[in-house]
Ligand binder design. Structure first.
Ligand SMILES: [Zn+2]
Length: 387
């Protein structure tokens, strides 16, 4: 059964087809118009799309002006997810002789999109490449080819496609190209080719100095190699370019500063972080440092709760509270511990990341948002509780 919207769309299409045929004067066409036209329109507007396609093909042999109707019908099938029917309609049109060159190219462009929707990527890429080679649909073809390589995780061809897109569209693609280099760096890192991974990350930064992912990865690679000073510099750069990434750098920075015996350097970073970021995490880190030196962090955490209330500060506060001797004596230590455990469970269930483009809130980090497919739009979610 056709859905009402599709039937509604098909009705004017059938009428337009009738008009296209009726305005012809040849006796053969007049015969078609008279005897078959009613049935033709009926078939197109009926719930039998296959008969509609057959009728349209018959009409197309008689009148080239039905090409636009072919294109519209094919597009409707693709939008409805009936890719096999879209392919049949567009293939019939693309292989038909006597079409105007622009219509021929358009039919092949639609066909390439059908193949993409059907997941026949090699055929889609071939058609898009041919179209681009003929100077037709250059931007759309370059975008489609890039998407095809992205989906196949073929990063070198994706870089080439993005460079072509940059050239034809006149719009920088360096942020995406940097992400592709980061993907290559991830592959190299997984395969323990560390030097190559570092070289690829530096290529990413050559494309886009503000690429947070590349700075983070460089920090991790330098830290793994034992170069804590260089690692700290890279982590700091990531934070400077996007302070939302504080949760991802605060612990690595603490490790790197500690490895270099630079406790004051880390304290200075926490002070800057409080100014640059709205996160409550610097309070938590400062409280832990105080506790390490034997100072009760409770007052500091109260200050954190008042200025930046968050689940993280509250959990830390409750932990410090549980250790208070007078609370243990009063028997309130256990309720405080229960409350903290419930809070930790709530924190685990809360999405840690958010895409600034589509609002998707995953529990893990995705450099390409699974929702909107944008690169570099997902970042750690703000942890401060607001009224
Ligand atoms: Zn998104």
């Amino acid at each position: 059964m056709l859905d009402p919207l599709f039937s509604w769309l098909l009705l004017p299409l059938g009428m337009a087809l009738g008009w296209a045929l009726a305005r012809r004067r040849s006796p053969a066409v007049t015969a078609i118009s008279g005897e078959q036209l009613g049935g033709l329109i009926g078939q197109i507007a009926s719930d039998d799309p296959d008969q509609a396609i057959a009728a349209l093909n018959t009409a197309a042999e008689l009148d080239p002006s039905t090409a636009e109707l072919h294109l519209q019908l094919g597009r409707m099938f693709r939008k409805r997810g009936e890719v096999d029917r879209a392919l049949r309609v567009h293939e019939a049109l693309a292989t038909r002789g006597g079409l105007a060159p622009a219509v021929q190219l358009r039919a092949r462009y639609e066909l390439a999109q059908d193949y993409m929707s059907a997941g026949v990527m090699d055929r889609a890429e071939q058609l898009f490449t041919e179209l681009a080679g003929q100077g037709a649909y250059a931007v759309e073809a370059a975008e489609a080819i890039r998407t095809i390589h992205e989906q196949a995780r073929e990063w070198r061809p994706a870089i080439e496609a993005a460079r072509r897109l940059q050239a034809v569209k006149g719009e920088s693609q360096s942020a995406a190209i940097a992400q592709y280099f980061c993907e290559l760096a991830e592959e190299a890192r997984r395969e323990k080719r560390t030097d190559e991974a570092i070289r690829l990350v530096q290529q990413a930064l050559g494309e886009d100095r503000t690429c947070v992912r590349a700075h983070l990865m460089l920090g991790e690679l330098r830290e793994a190699a034992g170069d804590h000073a260089a690692a700290a510099r890279a982590y700091l750069k990531a934070f400077e370019h996007d302070p939302r990434f504080l949760p991802d750098v605060i612990e690595p920075l603490q490790r790197c500063f500690a490895a270099n015996g630079d406790r004051d350097g880390f304290l200075l970073f926490l002070k800057d972080a409080k100014e640059m970021s709205s996160s409550s995490l610097p309070f938590v880190a400062e409280a832990r440092l105080l506790a390490e030196t034997g100072v009760d962090p409770l007052d500091h955490l109260v200050q954190g709760l008042e200025s930046r209330p968050s689940r993280a500060v509250l959990a830390e506060f409750l932990e410090a509270l549980e250790r208070q001797p007078n609370l243990i004596d009063s028997g309130l230590g256990r309720p405080a511990a229960s409350l903290r455990k419930a809070l930790l469970r709530l924190m685990e269930a809360t999405p840690k990341y958010q895409c600034s483009h589509c609002g998707f809130t995953p529990k893990q980090m995705f450099w390409q948002c699974p929702g909107c497919k944008h690169w570099g739009t997902t970042a750690p979610a703000d942890d401060v509780l607001r009224a």
